[in-house]
Each structure stands twice: as structure tokens, then as C-alpha cells.
Design a protein around this ligand. Sequence first.
Ligand code: MLT
Length: 304
Amino acid sequence: MGDRQRLRVLVLNQISALGLKRLPGDGYSVGKDLPEPDAVLVRSADLHGMEIPPSVKAIGRAGAGTNNIPVPLMTRRGVPVFNTPGGNANAVKELVLAGMLMAARNLPAALRFVDSLDPTMADMDRAVEDGKKAFAGLELAGHTLGIVGLGKVGCLVADAAIKLGMHVFGHDPEITVDAAWNLPAQVKKATSVTEVLRHSDFVTLHVPLVEATRGLVGKNIDQMRMGAVLLNFAREGVVDEAAVLEALASRRLASYVCDFPGPALNRHEQVIALPHLGASTREAEENCAVMVVDQLRDYLEHGQ
Ligand code: MLT
């Protein structure tokens, strides 16, 4: 088959080979630099402001969020955007658990402390004793986790937290708690974000970034329990960073755990900032690649 007869898929990020190989070579040209592509496949590339050629019939995003894609513009052009809700939910859930444990057990500070020790020092036992006292933490069991956003990730986090012996409060600004995807019965239903903030030792956010969720947690941090931990594995814009810094200074917040580095956050000793690692596992990358490629193929080949 000549190249012009093949469907062209422009791939703007690294996408797992397990997904890409579902585009058979006799029917598809796949590459980083293809003229007049039929489809665009991205992970985190920001398509806002980018010229999207009129030849494009569909866009695929290997991930749940679509805020890096001008969805309303594409909708006006009749171009569907396919994403992969749930494809990386387990990976995000596991990192949220790690985030809670990192904060509860002071792990980043303890690691920095050990790193600062001279390995040849004479009194290592004494240093270990000092560290043991300085970084004593608390257990998750018996504490309350508040979850804002009860989609696939929020529900998996709820389930895992309950199994770890935590009490869980849940709220979703968009859907009723009863309609939440797969919420364990033990989750207490909160009617507002404020109610979640008031009753929780840990609060984790799992909402998409849309106009209604921009700055969802900001001044209302003053409703949180003293010494609470806020986790943001959703999107940077969901939390007002200035309000977080104030709350860290007043010790209202003991820690802010987030999946987005930023100049004011990176070296802050109460902040644990990660480089958008939530979905970065081999399994999640493979799941999302397969899910999104299959959707693109169905649409390109069958129009559905
Ligand atoms: C998501 O929206 O699911 C994540 O941002 C995926 C990713 O890390 O690429």
C-alpha cells in the first residue's frame, strides 16, 4: 500500500510500544513528523495554541485529563478527543498512598538527614538515635482521609485507605456520592468540599482541572484541621499555591504533597513535590497506550 493510502498518526510524546504496535504497518504511518496527519496522539504535550492541521479527524490522549487539549475548539471542528479514564488509576492510587506515608512518617526529611551524615563519623549510633527522635511520625490507621473527587482514582484511594484502617470522607463537586463509580460503603458522604476539609487529617484531590475546580482549595484551607496534610495528584491549578504557602507557614498544614514542582515549592521543607509521576508506571503507560490506540483505530476505521 502506498504511503498516501495509509492513515497517518502523529505521535507527539513517547507512547508505549505495546499500544503503537496495534497500528498495523500496512494500514498506518506513525511518526513524530508527519504531514497532514489523520490523528494526533499525545500524553502531556500541550496542544493549546498549536496549529492543528485540518486533516486531523481525531485526537487521542494517553491519560485521563484532557486539559492539555483545546477540547471546545476540537468539538466545534467535529474532532473527537479520546482519553483513557481508569487506565492509570491504580498507579495514581499507589502514589497517593506513598505520598501519605511519606508525609506521615517524615520520610523525605529522614532521607535528607541520613544523606547529610558523614559515613565515617565515629558516633553513628548517636546520630541514628537523634534521627529516630526527630522524625517520629504517625500511623495512617485511625486517621481520617478526605477525598475530593470520586471518579476512578478517588474510589480506588478510598478502598485502599479503608483497608489500611483509615476513616474516609468523600465528596465530588460534580456527581452525587451515590453515583460515584465504585465507592466502598464505609465512605462517609460529605455534602461539600468544606465539610471534607473540616473533618480530615489528610485530604487528597482527584478532580479534573476545569473552570469550576480551578482554585477549589485555597482560602478554605483555614477550615482544615491544624497540622493536616494536603495531597494534590490532580492538577496544579486545582490548588491555590499562595494559600498553601500561608497555611504551611502557620502550621495549619503540616505538609503539602503534590505531583507538580514549582519555584516556591521545590525546596520548601514541608513540601513533597514530585515531577508528575502519578501515571508513570510501566503498567499504566501500557494500559493507556492500548486504550487510546484502540479508540483511535475504531474511530478512524469505523467512525465510532
Ligand atoms: C492523567 O491525566 O491521567 C495523567 O496526567 C497522565 C500522565 O501523566 O501523562
